[in-house]
Design a protein around this ligand. Structure first.
Ligand SMILES: Cc1cc2nc3c(=O)[nH]c(=O)nc-3n(C[C@H](O)[C@H](O)[C@H](O)COP(=O)(O)O)c2cc1C
Length: 143
């Protein structure tokens, strides 16, 4: 879901951590990335090669949970890269009340928010410098 209007921002901002509100308030667009717990209902449209997965996933909420908890954040990462590849800035924010956003925007729905991403062109220098990264030898194993 993209939030672009003042009315939409008014509904969104109270559910963000206080320090995050000014960032989303000033962003031209704010993406609320969400997973769909009833993803199996889109089978066989996706993926058409295994239509039997629809019944399998329908009967197994734990399996669906495993899929959404892995694929949701993975797709969020792709989304951030895609936004940046288009030449826009993408500011991911995990500081929000997911239950509050879900109640406000996705009531009676199977969607669950995963990440809020501010999109636009930064108005000035970032609030803080880029965080340090681990050294290669601390993060990578070669076998
Ligand atoms: C998963 C995740 C959650 C984040 N949550 C917040 C947040 O709630 N508030 C915030 O100001 N920055 C947050 N950040 C950091 C900023 O979005 C940060 O400026 C951005 O990740 C910098 O991009 P880069 O690390 O790709 O250079 C988060 C970053 C990530 C990856």
């Amino acid at each position: 879901m993209y939030v672009r209007t003042p009315e939409g921002k008014e509904r969104l901002l109270p559910h963000l951590d206080e320090g995050n509100r000014p960032k989303s308030a000033s962003a031209p667009a704010v993406a609320v990335l969400a997973v769909d717990d009833r993803l199996h209902e889109h089978i066989p449209h996706i993926p058409p090669i295994k239509p039997e997965l629809r019944e399998q996933f329908a009967a197994d909420p734990a399996q669906r949970d495993g899929i959404t908890s892995f694929n949701g954040p993975l797709q969020a990462g792709y989304f951030i890269l895609a936004v940046r590849a288009c030449g826009l800035a993408a500011g991911p924010m995990a500081g929000f009340d997911a239950a509050g956003i879900d109640k406000e925007f996705f009531p009676d729905s199977s969607w669950h928010s995963v990440l809020v991403v501010n999109i636009g062109h930064p108005a000035g220098p970032p609030e803080f410098d880029r965080m340090p990264r681990l050294a290669h030898e601390d993060a990578v194993a070669w076998v």
